[in-house]
Design a protein. Structure first.
Length: 267
């Protein structure tokens, strides 16, 4: 199978403003993306996707019949469309307003207006996800690596698992929060734990501390996934014993590099 390029992508642009449609289409064309369909509402976007699923949905935030979050939830809760990559394009900068999108497993959140660099990064994140570039390890058979994915968001778990599968990792167990993960770890052996930070009952930091101090598998590499940006808070998380940290959105190429470093011991 030949490597996918931006010219291979079919994109659904969901944008109510005709002016913004033209601006974004021109930017997409500048990245060699030419297969573009348009929808101007949540309802028309869902109808278009059900008729022919695109490789990527690029959506504004607000519409007359709902929001981008309504569209994301509709896609992610339907088995026929849950794997369609989603990119938010918004002028919204408030963390609390964007958190649900990060938790839902979007491939990118682009500011409005965005730059060529922003768009190129998002396009290549989509290509990485669709291309299924297997992680090439010398010390491990990637198909035998056992991973526990921990997140209280089903959509986030699904997306993280999909990224891992695109890298060739097939033996994936999921836990809905840290407390369930602890019970699973007591009965099963893993080569890697990928955990969200913000979870009820037992968060990612507390789960990591359990693994390091109370588990019989204290050596398991832990990759923490977090949208947290506070430096002091991040330092506190790192002190719990995590091996690596990764931002949300969970980008395939970044994850691939982190996992290679974890399993091959590279700096």
């Amino acid at each position: 199978m030949s490597e996918l390029t931006p010219a291979d992508l079919a994109i659904l642009l969901v944008e109510p403003s005709t002016t913004q449609q033209k601006i974004i289409i021109n930017l997409l064309n500048s990245e060699n993306v030419t297969h573009i369909k348009i929808a101007d509402s949540v309802e028309s976007a869902i109808a278009s996707i059900k008729l022919s699923a695109p490789d990527l949905v690029a959506s504004a935030m607000h519409f007359t019949d709902g929001t981008a979050l309504d569209l994301v939830k509709s896609l992610k809760n339907d088995p026929m469309t849950e794997d369609v990559p989603f990119m938010l394009v918004s002028s919204e900068h408030r963390k609390e307003q964007l958190e649900e999108f990060r938790q839902s497993g979007v491939v990118a959140i682009l500011p409005k207006p965005f730059t060529h660099d922003h768009l190129a990064k998002a396009i290549h994140s989509t290509l990485d996800l669709l291309s299924e570039s297997e992680l090439d390890l010398e010390s491990f058979d990637v198909h035998e690596i056992r991973v526990l994915v921990v997140d209280d968001s089903k959509m986030a778990r699904n997306f993280v698992s999909r990224v891992l599968r695109s890298l060739g990792i097939e033996r994936i167990t999921e836990a809905t929060d840290g407390s369930e993960a602890i019970e699973i770890i007591k009965e099963n052996t893993f080569d890697l734990v990928v955990t969200d930070y913000n979870m009820p009952e037992v968060n990612g930091k507390e789960l990591t501390e359990y693994i390091r101090n109370k588990s019989e598998q204290s050596h398991i590499p832990v990759l923490m996934v977090s949208s947290e940006s506070n430096e002091a808070h991040l330092s506190n998380i790192e002190q719990s014993g995590v091996n690596a940290m990764c931002d949300k959105p969970f980008e395939t190429e970044n994850v691939k590099r982190i996992l290679y470093n974890l399993f091959e011991g590279e700096s």
